[in-house]
Design a protein around this ligand. Structure first.
Ligand SMILES: Nc1ncnc2c1ncn2[C@@H]1O[C@H](COP(=O)(O)OP(=O)(O)OP(=O)(O)O)[C@@H](O)[C@H]1O
Ligand SMILES: [Mg+2]
Length: 369
C-alpha cells in the first residue's frame, strides 16, 4: 500500500498530525458543544472529520457523516442524511425494524447487495407520508431516542444556502439543532466566506450557535517527519530542501503534497529536480481536461485575470497600475468586477497576503497558459 493516501481517510497510521484540531473537536463534542469546521479547499477538512469519527467510535459514539456537496434542495440533503444514517446504524443483521419502518414513512426503501451485504437506499418521496422537513425531523428524532452518544457531521454545509424554494434551510437546520440538544452537530465547509457569514452574522439563524474551528495548512515542521518516515520505509531518499520544494509547489495544500509524495514513492527513483518537475507536470496533465473545462466556462477577461494571478501567485494590489499594465488587463473597474465574480465562484480567495487561486494545481495549470 502506498502510505501517501490521496483518496480519503484510511486510518490513523497514514494520517499526518492534526493533533490539535483532533483534540479540540473531540473535546467540543464530548463537552456538548456544536462546532463549525471551516477552511480553504483541499487542506484535509473531510479527512479530519473521518479521523475524529473513527476516534469517537472507540468511545461508543455513533457518527453520521453526510456530504451535502452537489445537493440542490432539502430533499437531496435529507436523502444524503438518511443514507449516512443507514450506513452508520446498520449491523450484521441489517438495520432493525424501527429504522426500517421510519424509512418507509419517509418514502425510502432499503435493499441489500447480495454480494457485499452493503445496504442501498432508494427514495421515492412521493410515497412519503409527510413533508421533507417533517422527514428530516423524524430522522433526528430516531437518533435522539435510540442513541446516547451521537454526532451528525454535515460536510459542505454551505451548500444549503443555494437551495431554492420551500422553507429557509438555515432556519430548518437551526431549529432542529435547538430541538435536539442531546445530538452533537458538526458543520463543515470549504467556502470560508459563506461559512463565516452563516455563523457569524447576527441576522442569520445560526448566529453564534457553534464553536469555530479553522483548518489551515499542516505546517512544514509537522509534515517533514511524516514524509521522511514513510519515504524511509520503502521509498526513495528525500532531503529537507526537496520536502520544502514540494511544500512550496503545493502551497501547503495537503492533497497536492500527498499526490506528489504518492508519485515519488511509487517511482522509487532517486529524487532530483528533473524527477520533481516531471511529477508536477504529470499531476497537472492528469487534471488538464477538467481545468480546461473550468476555463471554458469563464469570459476571456476572467480567464486573463486567473492567468495573471497564477503567474504572480499572490496579488496584494490587483488594481495597481503595475499589475494591470504588466498583464494587459485594462481598467481597474472591470478587474474589480471580475475579481468579485471569481471570488463568488470560489475560484480565487482573498487571504491576508492578497488574492490567490483557491486550488493550487489549477493555479499551476494557469501559470503555463
Ligand atoms: N492529515 C492528513 N494526512 C495525510 N493525508 C491527508 C491528511 N488530510 C487530508 N489528507 C489527504 O488529502 C486528501 C484531501 O483531503 P480532504 O478531502 O479531507 O480535504 P478537504 O479540505 O475536505 O477538501 P475539499 O475542500 O476538496 O472538500 C484526502 O483524500 C486525504 O487522502
Ligand atoms: Mg472535503
Amino acid at each position: 500500500m502506498n502510505p501517501f493516501q490521496i483518496a480519503g481517510y484510511v486510518s490513523e497510521k497514514y494520517f499526518c498530525n492534526r493533533i490539535n484540531e483532533t483534540e479540540t473537536l473531540v473535546s467540543s463534542i464530548k463537552n456538548d458543544r456544536n462546532t463549525v469546521v471551516y477552511g480553504w479547499r483541499r487542506l484535509g477538512k473531510s479527512a479530519l472529520l473521518h479521523h475524529v469519527l473513527a476516534k469517537l467510535k472507540k468511545d461508543n459514539y455513533l457518527g453520521i457523516y453526510a456530504d451535502l456537496y452537489g445537493t440542490k434542495n432539502m430533499q437531496q440533503a435529507t436523502e444524503n442524511i438518511a443514507d449516512a444514517l443507514v450506513q452508520s446504524a446498520k449491523t450484521k443483521t441489517g438495520i432493525g425494524q424501527k429504522l426500517g419502518q421510519l424509512l418507509g414513512r419517509i418514502g425510502a426503501s432499503v435493499s441489500f447487495d447480495p454480494f457485499t451485504a452493503m445496504p442501498a437506499i432508494k427514495f421515492n418521496f412521493n410515497t412519503a407520508t409527510q413533508s421533507i422537513e417533517q422527514s428530516l425531523l423524524m430522522l433526528y428524532q430516531y437518533l435522539n431516542e435510540n442513541y446516547n452518544n451521537v454526532v451528525v457531521v454535515l460536510d459542505e454545509f454551505q451548500q444549503i444556502t443555494s437551495y431554492k424554494g420551500g422553507q429557509d434551510p438555515e432556519a430548518v437546520f437551526r431549529s432542529l439543532m435547538q430541538r435536539f440538544p442531546k445530538i452533537r452537530f458538526v458543520y463543515a465547509g470549504s467556502h470560508r466566506g459563506l461559512m463565516l457569514s452563516m455563523f457569524g452574522n447576527s441576522n442569520r439563524p445560526f448566529y453564534k450557535s457553534c464553536d469555530m474551528l479553522l483548518v489551515d495548512s499542516i505546517s512544514i515542521e509537522d509534515y517533514k517527519p511524516f514524509i521522511e518516515k514513510w519515504m524511509k520505509y520503502k521509498g526513495p531518499r528525500i532531503t529537507t530542501p526537496q520536502i520544502e520544494a514540494i511544500y512550496d509547489w503545493a502551497n501547503g495544500q495537503t492533497l497536492y503534497i500527498q499526490m506528489a509524495c504518492n508519485r515519488l514513492y511509487e517511482n522509487g527513483k532517486p529524487i532530483s529536480e528533473t524527477v520533481l518537475s516531471a511529477v508536477y507536470q504529470d499531476l497537472i496533465n492528469q487534471e488538464a481536461h477538467y481545468f480546461q473545462h473550468i476555463n471554458d466556462l469563464l469570459t476571456p477577461k476572467q480567464s486573463d485575470v486567473m492567468a495573471a494571478i497564477a503567474k504572480e501567485q499572490v496579488v496584494s494590489s490587483p488594481t495597481s497600475h503595475a499589475f494591470l499594465s504588466k498583464h494587459h488587463l485594462g481598467s481597474s473597474g472591470s478587474v474589480v468586477r471580475v475579481l468579485n465574480s471569481l471570488e463568488q465562484k470560489a475560484l480565487i480567495i482573498k487571504t491576508d497576503k492578497g488574492y490567490r487561486i483557491h486550488d493550487t494545481l489549477l493555479s499551476r495549470w494557469y501559470e503555463q497558459l
